[in-house]
Design a protein around this ligand. Sequence first.
Ligand code: CUA
Length: 304
Amino acid sequence: MFETAGPESLAIAKLWWILLAVSLGVFFVVVISVLGGLMRSRDRENNPDMEQTLGQSLAWATAFTVVTLVATLVITYEFSKPQVNREKADVVIEVTGRMWWWEVRYLDEFGNELFATANEIVIPIDQNILFKLRSKDVIHSFWVPSLGGKIDMIPGHENELWLRADKIGEYRGQCAEFCGVQHAKMSLLVFAVSDSEYKKWSTNQIAPAKVVPTFAQGLEVFKASGCLDCHSIRPELALRDAGPDLTHFATRKTLAAVSAPNNTGHLAGWIADPQSMKPGNLMPATLLSPEDFKALLLFLRSLK
Ligand code: CUA
């Protein structure tokens, strides 16, 4: 949260430092007052004005407390004002919290889906990004500390979060509300890129899967072995959206909500035994012949 990459997180970081200074100030005033009180109480018997001193001390303490609290309230209110212009969103992204991954859908200006992906979000820098946050099961919380504050994802309710990145970079996010045994393995990555890079990426994501003829056998395995029950590879749409969209799966850097790097070795381990990598997740192990397994791996790794 101190490595800020946008106006929202910058405001939070500044507020954090100010509140730290205020807290340290309060701490030292209290320590000095207590020490002063202890010193003075020794000559209690020789001090005829004890009543008056007590009254003054109470007045000072009350005034100090009220001024500090009111100042803190005003400062916090100032810093909690929106830092991103909320009139027009340049990019609208719907993110749905799932146990334990992030379903990501990019929407057009009418709210229709352009394409779906998972766990990795690409945004253009210096543009206003509107996140529409939902949940399909329990309460999750969307938090990318370098870009802004966190906000809960609540079943049956849509929350909005406006963010802007002003530095190109890769920013890690984390589910910030305990949501079950794999809560710790519910991470996401946000890539803030240049406008041209974003256009290139989104144009590729909108397109249906490019099935390379050499690896086409893997698509048949994908359909025959039940993967298509939960995962879409556009234009092949899943019967239900229980798992991440895999249309451009090989463009993603990680697997299973940033649990492992997306390479052939980890992918093989994940497909063969997803429960050992992330116990309790919805994906069952897939039993395949060695030939089919290899064809499936090569096919998934080719989905650029
Ligand atoms: Cu989702 Cu914690």
